[in-house]
Design a protein around this ligand. Sequence first.
Ligand SMILES: [Zn+2]
Length: 368
Amino acid sequence: MIIHKPKIERIEDRIRISSFIEVESDNNLSKTLWFEVPLMYESWLSVNSNAFLIATISFAMCLRENINVEGTLSPRLVYNSNQYQSYLKYWLPHLYISRITCNSIKQEKIEPKATVLTFSGGVDSFYTLYKHLAENETIPEYRITHCLFTHGFDVNLRQEKDFTVIKNGYEKMLSNLNIPLISIASNFREFNDRKVPWHEVTFGPAVISTALILDKNISKFLVASHSIPISPCGSHPLTDHLLSTENLEVIHHGMTSSRLYKTKILSNWPVTYDYLRVCWEKTNGLLNCCECEKCLRTMIPLELTGTLSKYSTFPKLLKIENIKNWNYQYLLYASDILNEADKIGRSDISNAVKEAIKTHSSLKLCEL
Ligand SMILES: [Zn+2]
């Protein structure tokens, strides 16, 4: 696979940085990979190929191709990319470890300033945001200065109207916290989804590549982690930091806090009441469908804290019948909620969760 030299061009009020990715074993898979950022962030734009390497590395591993980069790479990233590939191969043995060559290996001496969080408006990213506000984070360099939201990840590039509604909402909410929102667009998924699974492999490199595109001014990049259990996943505490460079530190944050704990913290933070968006099943602006697994995983703990009715983004009532049929992702999420419901005497919810566990536990035991 050849990662061609990055090209930068202006498209209306945005700047596009792109690279033609040439697939040597099957030319039909060759495609230009691009990222677009607002014009005001032009001075943050990278001059190296680090982002394009991590955005395509698993694609090359799937195709069993080596990678030749017609550009410059960070020494730290090249060194760690072997370790990164080893983890992927350990989890998915059919993958190939790609040999990486490039025109030059060096790191430009710069002093980036911003601490940026990738933000999607869910429980994990709101929790990481909350923990890195000035009142909660004592070390100034680790306080979040900007959030970054990407069109083309959980909101499809074709859903322009939805993206604009969500982006405008987050911009308004974050401006009250004095945090600007950087809105990026990318065809990363259109490129990678053809061969590599999003959840299992690419979503960590996806969000980190958007930071590396702006690496002239990002010194710390926070990736909000989902809660334990630790299982092979595209964004993982073992692998995300391996995609750091000398100037940009990737921090995987929040893994050891349970989802129940995070939800309880958010329920006491009114900023979340009109903006918490967890549903990826049926996107409708900021509104959640209130019926899918992920919605229930969030609505039940909010109900237990007595705050669900305050959330305008969950417009439907929580039905006991839906809890009984809840096909929870991890048994740990269900057992945490069950314990909490028992503790506060909500037998209606604890009985319904017990029923869900009875129905689904045999399928979930392998996660313990
Ligand atoms: Zn939903």
